[in-house]
Write a protein that binds this ligand. Structure first.
Ligand code: HEM
Length: 173
């Protein structure tokens, strides 16, 4: 395992630990009457997370056209890094923390729609992890994929989001 991979694995581990500690603290604290507030903040976090998940692949598509080392390429690197670290990563953690707490507090854990939604969110989180890797690769001028590939990947978060929202709103099972 290279030093860079180790750093990425340990960062993902830290993110998981922070999420677990925050969910544990909320379950222990058990704030009464805050369900709707938590749901509102969950939706705000979801919108912020999805903004990053939908915009990052578009940046990658344009970044593919920029010559390595050019001023344009360096600008894309800054945009990608900031979008990822300032908005997308924290929004994902808040979405998970409040989503898990809502599931616990609302007594939804055994509901079929929640389990199906959970599976789709796990896939979405995997796509997020893939985008983290792409941002690092572009940052090191080592992009491994074509523009066409990013055009296809661009559609994946949209499809997952549609499935997730239909499940939570319609609760079909
Ligand atoms: C592990 C992650 C997640 C969990 C455990 C989770 C769980 C929940 C729960 C239990 C609710 C409350 C349902 C209710 O009160 O009827 C909720 C609301 C909602 N969630 Fe999530 N969620 C997660 C991630 C997401 C994601 C990624 C999206 C969208 C892409 C999303 C979209 C929504 C929406 C739109 C609502 C409001 C639904 C309504 O009030 O009708 N959630 N979530």
């Amino acid at each position: 395992m290279t030093a860079e991979v180790k750093t990425r694995v340990s960062r993902a581990g830290i993110g998981l630990i922070i999420t677990a500690v925050l969910v544990g603290a909320l379950v222990w604290w058990h704030p009464s009457g805050l369900y709707l507030w938590a749901k509102a903040v969950h939706i705000i976090a979801v919108i912020s997370w999805m903004a990053g998940m939908l915009y990052l692949p578009r940046l990658f598509i344009y970044h593919c056209e920029a010559e390595r080392g050019s001023r344009q390429s360096e600008t894309f690197k800054v945009m990608e890094r900031r979008l990822l670290t300032i908005i997308t990563n924290p929004a994902m953690v808040v979405t998970w923390v409040l989503g898990l707490w809502l599931a616990h507090d609302g007594g939804w854990l055994s509901a079929g729609w929640l389990q199906a939604k959970f599976a789709l969110v796990v896939v979405l989180s995997g796509v997020h992890g893939f985008m983290v890797r792409c941002v690092h690769d572009f940052g090191a001028d080592q992009n491994r994929h074509t523009q066409k590939f990013y055009r296809v990947i661009n559609e994946v978060p949209t499809l997952l989001m549609i499935g997730i929202v239909l499940l939570v709103v319609l609760k079909p099972v």
